[in-house]
Write a protein of this length. Structure first.
Ligand SMILES: [Zn+2]
Ligand SMILES: [Zn+2]
Length: 215
């Protein structure tokens, strides 16, 4: 199975992607499923799941939640989780039996520090996986995440972090059977390229600026 586990729609301020188009592209590119992971909302994911009529395609309701320690990716959500304290967010996710991954744990550059604040080892028992490949990461960030997952025997998730059409499917998670089970058994691999990442990041920057000006 090939699932892109990190996608945004226009319910995120930095994206212009319509749920309809995201679904269409993911199908066209040969994926078997996607997680829709908007910033602090599941509205786009719920919409995409409703629109999904492919019997052989799964839409996972996800969310990328802002916490004081960094961003958390959650899959198989029933209810939206509010941003806040990392440990409170994890508690709410556990209560609804969601699958938890740390988004781009080592994303860092001079202009943008989105690195996860705690050592992964110290939160290892609170999470199911870390994101080992994010197509918007800078060279070196993914490699560090991969090494860390290996060292701590943690499952890895991968996704494009698509905010625009050209980014969909630029990275994906590969597994056999059911995703939840594959993550639990740490049997996931990935494929991806960071070639388009910088263009995506710049497009999001412009989009946010534009949205700011309209207000
Ligand atoms: Zn993020
Ligand atoms: Zn994201």
């Amino acid at each position: 199975m090939k699932y892109d586990l990190h996608n945004h729609t226009y319910y995120s301020r930095c994206s212009n992607l319509k749920p309809e188009l995201l679904l269409k592209l993911a199908n066209k590119k040969g994926l078997d499923g996607i997680a829709v992971t908007d910033h602090n909302t599941i509205r786009g994911a719920v919409k995409a799941k409703k629109l999904n009529d492919g019997r052989n395609f799964e839409v996972i309701i996800g969310e990328e939640i802002t916490t004081d320690a960094g961003e958390v990716l959650a899959f198989y959500l029933k209810d939206e989780v509010k941003p806040g304290n990392f440990f409170d967010v994890i508690d709410s996710l556990r209560k609804q039996n969601a699958v938890v991954s740390i988004a781009h744990p080592f994303r860092a550059s001079l202009s943008m520090n989105k690195r996860f604040k705690y050592g992964i080892e110290s939160v290892k028992n609170k999470i199911d996986a870390i994101e080992v490949f994010n197509a918007r990461n800078l060279p070196g960030n993914n490699e560090l995440a991969q090494k860390t997952a290996k060292r701590l025997n943690l499952a890895g998730t991968a996704g494009s972090d698509a905010h625009f059409a050209f980014e969909v499917c630029s990275a994906y998670t590969i597994f056999d059977g059911e995703l939840r089970d594959a993550i639990k058994r740490k049997r996931t691999s990935y494929k991806g390229s960071i070639l388009y990442g910088p263009f995506g990041g710049f497009a999001s920057f412009l989009r946010k600026r534009l949205a700011g000006m309209q207000k």
